[in-house]
Design a binder for this molecule. Structure first.
Ligand code: NDP
Length: 254
């Protein structure tokens, strides 16, 4: 698993260390490159191309966001990663594959949400699933995976009118917004399963987008923050790397 970080943003470095440690624990070799913030788009693309050509590397990550104040284009960087090594699931070919016939490498957070639901024995087929947030990293891929599993999916966003009316229809409520306490108990259907993707740094520490105290009174199951979806994202990164390695070796168990 190859990882490229540009700059020295402390949160990115902590996140990278976590990924490197998880990879080592799983027996996945970790190729790490940290580049100076001002390395430039061309030099960054060169490093990505070298990893792309390296047979020892089955998966490539480039930490986002790239440093502000420079002329970086993250979409071009993602394009430079071969789809088969794009273990973040950001490449258009993977997004398209997930959205159509399920062939693409799925986004790690969205895939982790599905594993959590399955592990908890949640009935997905026929359920009303509402995803709050439509980012290409979480909300959209989560909605594609739920639709592929025969849920009736609603995707809410900033322009949704009467968010509470929409969230109250959900048997499965996924929240990926980045606003602490956005979802409160009165917005949740009794018995719903609630997945809180949000990671917000507040004065009181890290919290999610869901007001755990009030929603846990109403929901039948709820993920905590921290310790819920976050660790699943890293676990699925490792699973995606294994999938990429097996596919490139011609093993078609995935
Ligand atoms: P983005 O900022 O890319 O997307 C946020 C989404 O929320 C947008 O679609 C936006 O709508 C929507 N939104 C914003 N405000 C409201 C509102 N008041 N009502 C309804 N919808 C709203 O964020 P990400 O998807 O990248 O991340 C979301 C959260 O998940 C963050 O806290 C992030 O840190 C966390 N995260 C956690 C991960 C994990 O592993 N647990 C992994 C990735 C992210 P619009 O499109 O209209 O602007």
């Amino acid at each position: 698993l190859g990882s490229v970080v540009v700059g020295d943003d402390p949160a990115s470095l902590i996140y990278q260390r976590g990924k490197g440690k998880a990879a080592a624990e799983a027996g996945i070799e970790w190729f790490y490159k940290q580049l100076p913030a001002d390395v430039g788009q061309d030099a960054l693309l060169q490093v990505v191309s070298e990893m792309a050509a390296d047979d020892r590397v089955d998966g490539i990550l480039v930490q986002s966001p790239l440093p502000a104040g420079y002329d970086y284009d993250y979409r071009q960087v993602v394009k430079a990663i071969p789809a088969g090594k794009d273990v973040d699931g950001f490449h258009a070919e993977n997004v398209g594959g997930v959205a159509t016939d399920g062939s693409g490498i799925p986004g790690c957070t969205a895939a982790g949400i599905m594993v959590l639901l399955d592990h908890a024995g949640v009935q997905i087929r026929g359920a009303n699933a509402t995803v709050v947030g439509r980012s290409s990293i979480v909300g959209r891929p989560a909605s594609y995976l739920l639709l592929a599993r025969d849920a009736t999916v609603t995707v809410a966003h900033r322009h949704t009118r009467d968010l509470a009316a929409v969230t109250r229809t959900a048997d499965i409520l996924i929240v990926a917004v980045g606003k602490p306490g956005l979802i409160t108990g009165d917005m949740v259907k009794p018995g719903a399963v609630v997945i809180d993707v949000g990671i917000n740094r507040t004065e009181d520490g890290i919290c999610g987008d869901v007001d755990f105290a009030s929603v846990s009174e109403v929901a039948s199951a709820i993920t905590p923050v921290p310790g819920g979806v976050g660790p699943m994202t890293i676990a699925m990164l490792l699973a995606n790397t294994l999938m990429a390695a097996e596919r490139s070796a011609g093993i078609t168990t995935w």
